[in-house]
Design a binder for this molecule. Structure first.
Ligand code: NG6
Ligand code: CA
Length: 486
């Protein structure tokens, strides 16, 4: 059996226009671009959601987020939303004899409503298919700001136990918060992020204790890179699957000191440069270990970009001045139903196996499960109901992709793409998310756009093509009602 290693690199909030190989103005991502020397660049690759938790749920389970009502942006103390019995992407690899690991951002919940950060945690990535996990629990702007290694928070100290709360009012009177101690902030928030202060940055949620366990934001990138390399280097006999969930360029954007100012685009550009460096280091390590020709490397992002996601880090001004549009030509961004929300960079690279090409095939991250099941001859049973085998598409052997893409916005508005058409059903949701200044894609009128000449979704042609509109409307209803099992 052909059993190459697989590494899935997933950036956090990186837009369609944020890489130089996707035409990003003013950014340089040489290491990610270099994946294309042996890679397919997907121009029509999608996540299933414009926000993190639902998109990651789909990657790991092969299901659209709507099938699980808990797929929303989770607080840092939420229970794990992937049941232990559920079929998952890492379990597919395990069935084929792989070692599996996740390193980086998790954000799919932990524990089972029994979470005590000071003890072994009952439900972690290790319970849904990963042999090894080294993660942070939710996002880098949510407490607890600690590393979790398998079931235990790293550097626990019994004399300084960790407590976490997501109540509205702070239940701990002896901790520093943005409201009480604004003088301790080194980065000001623009919206939200006014609870605990950790490392001079206001966060979402309150955290007490764990002083020895708290991360230093500047070290996150290097820590995860070391863990990724450590896992790869550990046992050479078995093939491996590594899900490396990069935390950049999600807020708060705090690059390592070495990357401060390198991009000319402010902290957001600097952490993208830092992320690119991590990819370069990882590839250099694969080369050094003689693993390049036996390792498929996928690079993508969980959802589209945002400039002001709650901190005054000057991203809006600096990117505008440099004419850098994180979503490239697409409309909307993170949170949105427009293309900028879920159409993301996607590269599949495999030295000596893939000839460089650009693909306009429709493909979704939800397809990774069925595609690798195909590669490894693993029977999916009734798992991964929305996942389609796109192995040959991913490996650049054909450009015949999906017939449709189905994805959602933060407020659970759907859109459907079929061939050249993208359809957004009528909605009475707000047009704008005012804090982040995002066009959400909601309109009282149904919207239909022709992707052949209008990726920027400027000309609504729903009224000119009522037949297409009607059919796509029906299809969305059909998907919503479709069976939960294969
Ligand atoms: C939002 C946060 C945002 C970010 C997002 C999750 C506020 C005001 N905004 O609620 O900063 O954390 O959640 O991002 O708190 S995601 O990439 O994990 O989906
Ligand atoms: Ca994200």
């Amino acid at each position: 059996m052909n059993r190459p290693n697989v590494i899935l690199l997933l950036a956090d909030d990186l837009g369609y226009g944020d890489l130089s190989c996707y035409g990003g103005v003013g950014v340089e991502t040489p290491n990610i671009d270099a994946l294309l020397e042996h890679g397919v660049q997907f121009c029509d690759g999608y996540s299933t959601s414009a926000v993190c938790t639902p998109a990651r749920y789909s990657i790991l389970t092969g299901e659209y987020p709507f099938r699980n009502p808990n797929t929303r942006i989770l607080p840092g103390n939420a229970p794990c939303i992937i049941e232990k019995e559920k079929g998952t992407l890492p379990k597919i690899f395990k069935k084929a004899g792989y070692r599996t690991a996740v390193v980086g951002k998790w954000h799919l919940g932990l524990g089972n409503n029994d979470l005590d950060w000071n003890k072994e945690i009952s439900h972690t990535p290790n319970d849904v298919g990963f042999d090894y996990s080294y993660i942070f629990p939710a996002t880098n702007d949510r407490v607890p700001c600690v590393y979790l290694k398998n079931r235990l928070v790293e550097n626990l100290d019994a004399t300084d136990p960790i407590e976490v709360s997501y109540e509205k009012e702070c239940p701990f009177d002896d901790i520093v918060t943005s409201k009480k101690n604004p003088e301790l902030l080194r980065m000001l928030h623009s919206h939200g992020h006014d609870n605990s202060i950790v490392n001079g940055v206001g966060r979402i949620g309150f955290m007490r204790g764990g002083k020895k366990a708290v991360w230093r934001d500047e070290d996150l990138a290097e820590r995860f890179l070391e863990e990724a390399k450590g896992f790869i280097g550990e046992e050479k006999e078995k093939p491996f699957f590594l899900y490396y969930a990069l935390h950049q360029p999600h807020v708060p954007r705090v690059p390592n000191e070495r990357f401060v100012g390198v991009s000319g685009l402010g902290p957001r550009g600097d952490v993208i440069a830092e992320m690119d460096y991590c990819v370069g280091e990882l590839m250099a390590y694969l080369k050094q270990e003689n693993l390049l020709e036996n390792t498929i490397v996928i690079f993508s992002s969980d959802n589209g970009p945002v400039l002001d996601d709650g901190y005054m880090d000057d991203a809006v001004r600096q990117n505008r001045m440099a004419f850098h549009h994180p979503a490239g030509p697409l409309r909307g961004g993170k949170y949105s139903r427009f293309e900028g929300g879920a159409r993301v960079p996607m590269i599949v690279s495999w030295k000596s196996h893939i000839a460089p090409s650009k693909s306009h095939a429709l493909v979704s991250q939800v397809d990774f499960a069925a595609s690798f099941a195909k590669m490894l001859h693993v029977d999916l049973e009734d798992w991964a109901v929305d996942s389609q085998d796109m192995l040959d598409v991913l490996l650049g052997k054909t450009v015949k992709g999906r017939t449709e893409i189905f994805a959602e916005s933060e407020d659970k508005g759907y859109f459907l793409r079929q061939g050249k058409w993208t359809y957004l059903p009528a909605s009475d949701g707000p047009e704008y998310e005012l804090y982040t200044n995002t066009e959400l894609g909601n309109s009282r009128d149904p919207q239909l756009y022709n992707m052949e000449y209008d990726v920027g979704q400027r000309e609504n042609v729903a009224q000119i093509h009522p037949d297409v509109t009607e059919k796509m409307e029906q299809r969305i209803k059909e998907i919503e009602k479709s069976s939960k099992t294969r």
